[in-house]
Design a protein around this ligand. Structure first.
Ligand code: PXL
Length: 267
């Protein structure tokens, strides 16, 4: 029987990030991907590729989750972009209806194009209602600063401190991703399991952000967990998979490249 990977996330209309990147990743790991759409993000090429954000109606989200979880015995889920407090309410309710072996939370905090006040309410709801449910959460540097309340994260010790503070919010494992912004030649991530920390490194591939990297990494962790890996092994393989996708990134007419999930195979 093939393993199943489930994702509740937004659609990103160029296909580089969000649910599209998640499902491609699930496939590449040899798992059967099932997805629920929470919102639709359509970048606007007429306005510097800024975000146009439309939430999906709460009842429609609930219906999708009902369909997916009734059709299959899903027990590993990735939570990507949720976008509004109403969506967070409906997703938190749905998650509480059944047991989960693993919940992977990519704490996508902001969507440009939202009112700052609305974004703050969404951050608070995510922190209170979703983050405590996570087996693993994967904040990037911006999300780690926001969730930890730290102004700067510029050293390995800062990454570790941020991971500890975020673990206090409830997740069992915290993977803080340094990414291209973190000083130095390596893409450095810190994995904290509540007791121990492990520093993961790979040489940076250029200095520009590549769209879909965070989504791909969290989806790859999810697929690894669906296949029975430990969190530690799933995280390490996911980093290798994402790095391969960044090395082989895809460029188009937008001013950013995107991860090519087809470059990495984890079957
Ligand atoms: O990469 C974060 C992200 C996640 N999900 C959706 C997005 C984006 C960034 O654009 O649009 C739907």
């Amino acid at each position: 029987m093939v393993d199943l990977s489930y994702v509740i996330a937004g659609s990103e209309a160029t296909g580089g990030a969000g649910l599209q990147a998640d499902l491609r990743t699930f496939q590449q790991f040899g798992t059967y991907g099932v997805g629920t759409v929470t919102c639709i993000v359509s970048f606007d090429p007429k306005a510097s590729w800024g975000h146009r954000f439309v939430p999906v109606d709460s009842q429609v989200i609930a219906d999708q989750i009902e369909a997916a979880t009734s059709a299959y015995s899903l027990d590993v889920v990735k939570i990507g972009m949720l976008g509004t407090p109403a969506t967070i309410d409906v997703v938190a309710d749905a998650l509480a209806r059944q047991p989960w072996r693993h919940i992977v939370v990519d704490p996508v905090l902001i969507c440009k194009g939202q009112e700052p006040g609305a974004a703050l309410d969404t951050d608070t709801a995510l922190r209170r209602q979703i983050l405590p449910l996570a087996t693993v959460t994967t904040p990037n540097l911006f999300e780690a600063r926001t969730l930890s309340g730290m102004d700067t994260i510029a050293t390995i010790d800062d990454l570790i401190e941020a991971a500890r503070r975020i673990a206090d919010l409830g997740p069992s494992y915290v993977l803080v991703k340094g990414g291209v912004e973190f000083p130095g030649d390596d893409a450095v991530d810190v994995l904290f399991d509540g007791t121990d920390t492990e520093v993961l490194r790979a040489p940076k591939v250029g200095q520009a952000r590549v769209a879909g990297a965070g989504c791909t990494l969290a989806a790859a962790i999810t697929a690894g967990l669906a296949k029975g890996s430990s969190v530690r092994d799933a995280v390490k393989l996911a980093k290798e998979f994402t790095t391969a996708g960044i090395v082989n990134r895809i460029g188009g007419n937008a001013p950013f490249d995107t991860v090519w999930q087809g470059a990495g195979s984890a079957q």
